[in-house]
Design a protein around this ligand. Sequence first.
Ligand code: GRG
Length: 317
Amino acid sequence: MFMAELAARKHVQFILSKAKEKDSYESVLMEHIRLNGAYWGLTTLDLLGKLDTVDVNEVVSEVLQCQHESGGFGGNIGHDPHILYTLSAVQVLALFDKVDVLDTEKVANYVAGLQNEDGSFSGDMWGEVDTRFSYIAICCLALLHHLDKINVEKAVYYILSCKNHDGGFGCTPGGESHAGQIFCCVGALAITGSLHCIDKDLLGWWLCERQVKAGGLNGRPEKLPDVCYSWWVLSSLIMIDRVHWINKEKLAKFILDCQDIENGGISDRPDDACDAYHTYFGVAGLSLLEYPGVKPIDPAYALPVDVVNRIILGIKE
Ligand code: GRG
């Protein structure tokens, strides 16, 4: 089924070299989201079977240095806490089976404290509300075994209030449907066992229309395809059991065409510059497509399946 080949070794080198860069223009741009970068890079390495090339203690110590006294995590050392980086911290520790280095109750209290009266979640103390934060809170609390700290029913109700007539979901009620927000809403509904609240055929139709002629996926109508939507769209289609509605071979070819086979890395579209974000979502997309040699990833938790089995189901391999 797969015509082109994944340059896995090159991508591992690309990720490892990005982690070491300290002064490049790109690393300065990434500074405020270092924990997100760690999640993208380390999950890529795990999916490619190379997580053992990094020093666990170094990673754990770097993650812990980003924790704030409130229990939440900032994007880098000394930065203000935000729910976005708190999930990345928990996911990175989960990859190494090190969630227990945390005071999980304290982290969970930080996340739960961001739930609003209407069931929605703010990203931090400044109050911006977005369905991204609903997903993050639910995913994070599930990984910490503390979903009981929030009102799940209200959280689900709020997410459903962001559902549109086209079957998709937006950031807030009435917000335009966008594949990234759809992943968040469908993921949160999957984790809380609420997928029956979705019209799967209607949403599946909207999602499969995201595939353009070249095989790649866009995030909403009339937009250009981008490798990252291989994750946001495909994971959602898998969760609602409609992945057979897109052409998987053409999508795999599009992702593989976005590789830099000389220097490693994957870009948004063929021949653009590569970065850790698109490399991760490209490899994660191939994982969802069951590309040989890439570990399977869980579409709701966005972590390798063995990691989710260990944490959520308590299955040790
Ligand atoms: C653990 C995988 C994981 C995610 C955590 C942060 C988050 C939860 C989800 C983000 C979902 C999201 C909104 C993704 C979309 C990102 C993106 C490429 C936005 C670009 O939007 P536009 O409007 O681009 O600039 P388009 O493609 O619409 O032109």
